[in-house]
Design a protein around this ligand. Structure first.
Ligand code: C5P
Length: 222
């Protein structure tokens, strides 16, 4: 069936934020809702793909039919992603991974005895870049949330992280992107770009999934 055009594909999708522990009761995180990643998972499922959704903590229901792997920190997401990525056709990195983690996580709750304190941070692994370095790498799609020079920064990430496609959203614009129900994307490959106009995230996801598959088929054409 034409509407089940992803029937023989396995998609692994990362979604949501990560939480970086500070001590047993505190963490560093961000406002990612996970909506875009979950919408992509639903769209890929309805096109017939097998879907593994690696998700940070979000308030969303798992799409019916997907394998949901729940993680908390970037290190956990990194481990799950690399384990799943060896066995998939397409990897979509939609998660808002924390750039840094706490260098020394306190084993006991930190007391407020000092007037000032400093937290040392170290960089997290770049999950999508590591997946794109795998010997048998899947078709790899990243996201870029930019507030300025969208094309310049998105193309930079496409090259630097060895991605096949990058979907950029202009987070400086109102009513789209982070935490909103709507989104608009510009999708870059090394040779072209495609606009997906402002619509609700489920409609955007449907178009993005079809576009990813077009590029995937193009790449694997004999
Ligand atoms: O470099 P930047 O964070 O802007 O890149 C965004 C893209 O990289 C997204 O696809 C995001 O999911 C992915 N990423 C990742 N691991 C990180 C940081 C970003 O997979 N540690």
């Amino acid at each position: 069936f034409a509407d089940k055009y992803l029937e023989n594909q396995h998609w692994v999708i990362t979604a949501g934020p990560t939480r970086e522990p500070i001590d047993p009761v505190r963490y560093i995180s961000n406002h990612s809702s996970g909506k875009m990643g979950y919408a992509i998972a639903r769209a890929a499922l309805s096109a017939g793909a097998k879907v593994t959704l690696i998700s940070g903590p979000v308030a969303l229901e798992a799409p019916i039919g997907c394998q949901l792997i729940q993680v908390t920190s970037a290190d956990e997401m990194h481990q799950a992603a690399l384990a799943q990525a060896t066995d998939c056709t397409t990897f979509v990195a939609c998660a808002a991974v924390a750039d840094y983690k706490v260098a020394n996580i306190a084993s006991e709750k930190i007391k407020k005895t000092n007037d000032a304190m400093q937290l040392a941070l170290v960089k997290n692994h770049d999950i999508v870049a590591d997946v794109a370095q795998l010997k048998d790498k899947p078709f790899v799609v990243g996201f870029a949330a930019e507030t300025q020079d969208v094309e310049h920064y998105a193309r930079g990430k496409l090259m630097r992280k060895n991605l096949d496609l990058i979907a950029a959203n202009d987070v400086a614009k109102e009513n789209q992107g982070f935490n909103s129900n709507d989104n608009a994307l510009t999708v870059f490959s090394s040779i072209d770009k495609t606009e997906i106009p402002l619509a609700n995230k489920q409609q955007v996801a449907k178009q993005l999934v079809a576009l990813i598959n077009q590029h995937y088929q193009q790449k694997h054409k004999v």
